[in-house]
Design a protein around this ligand. Sequence first.
Ligand code: CA
Length: 226
Amino acid sequence: MNENILLVEDEEALRMTLTDRLRSEGYVVDFAGDGEQGFDKATRLPFDLIILDVMLPLRNGFDLCRDIRQAGLATPILLLTARGQTVDKVVGLKLGADDYVTKPFDTLELMARIEALLRRLPARAGQGLFQFGPVRIDVRGTKVTREGKPVYLSAREFQLLRYFAEHAGATLSRDDILREVWGYDAGTYTRTVDVHVAGLRQKLEKDPKNPELILTVPGLGYRFEG
Ligand code: CA
C-alpha cells in the first residue's frame, strides 16, 4: 500500500522538486497551489499525510490546518514554516498540526519527518467483513460504506473503526484505544481519540449528536454498538 500525500505549496519550483522526490520514494502525490484548493482536496480526497506551506495565497497554512481539523479530518499534518517563525510553530501545533519543518530544509530531514509521521499508522494487514446497521466495513479492501455509499476515512480513522468493529460491544478506554490504534503510551494524547471518534460519528452516524454506533461511556471511554 502506497501512502498518499497532499502537498499544498504555492512556489512551483519547490512543489515540483518535492513532488519528484516524494514520488521517487514511492509515495503517491497530489498537490494544490493555494489554500482554497488545498482545503477542497484535503477534505474531499483520502490522504495519509498533508504537507502545508504556511505562506499560501487565499488561505494560509494555519487557517487551513485549523479548518481541516474542524472539518473532522484527522490526517497527519506537517507544516513548512519560514526560518525564525518560532511563535508560528507553536501556533501551528496548537491548531492541530503534527509536526513542522523550517524552510529552507534539508530534504533528508523532511523525508525522515514524513516517515516518522506515517509510521504512526499501524500497518496491520487483515481481513474481515463487518456489517453494523447501515455501515459495512471491508477490512481487506479498506472500504467503508454507509447505506451502500462509500464513506471517506483517513487511514487512522479506518484503523480506529476497525478496532471498534473487532471489539463491538466492549467498553474501551481512551488509553486502550490510543495504545492499540496509535501505538502511543497511555495518557498523553487522549483527546486524539475524542477528535477521531467525533470524525467517525460525523461520517457514520445518522445524527452525530445522538450517536447510535459509537457510544460514549461516561468516565470510561467508548463502546461500539453493532
Ligand atoms: Ca509559500
